[in-house]
Ligand binder design. Sequence first.
Ligand code: DX5
Ligand code: ZN
Length: 218
Amino acid sequence: PRAPRINPSILAADFVNMQTELARIATADFAHVDVMDNHFVPNLTFGPQMVQRIQETSPVPLDVHLMITDPERWAPGYAELGAASVTFHLEAAVDPVSLARRLRDIGARAGVAVKPDTPVDGLFPVLDEFDQILVMTVEPGFGGQGFMPETMPKLRALSEEARRRGSQVWLQVDGGISDDTIAQAAAAGADTFVAGSAVYGQDDVEAAVSRLRHLARA
Ligand code: DX5
Ligand code: ZN
């Protein structure tokens, strides 16, 4: 079986102690970096200048999640600063396939994300254009929300289609992932798990990461 990837979301970290907060997740797979523009979502985080310093400081590669309008303008810059993966929203992109190709040309893994109400069937014919697909398990914008089990059929469908095509695409979930919910997302086909409050909300972050990894495998 595939080893589950655990990507702590630094949205739940202490922003003014980012260097220490990044050091705490050294045993995770990627640092999940939520970029919000108060336009695509009703919340605001940070932009390229901050992500550049996170990139220079993080002990693990960056998994950048862009919750922004006009990803065509901004996404390539995150790939250029060295993010391992750059995920933009399907709802925001004008031409998702060409944007994914640009990201891959720069050397990043190309990801596409869908909100809970966005269907995924349109992605089936172009699955190979992406390295990862992010199925949002909450409405994007805020940490600490409740997991939406009604998104699981989309994961199952993607996972089935990926298997049918022999695709290596990673299937990611983000939002409300915890000790209580991670197993159902894994059972539906997710292999990459973003967790904010479930990781940074614990005193022992390393133990939280290994517990999630274990529960995702079970
Ligand atoms: C929400 C962000 C998530 C957020 C998840 O829009 O995309 O990455 O940090 O936080 P939790 O794990 O607390 O739901
Ligand atoms: Zn996210």
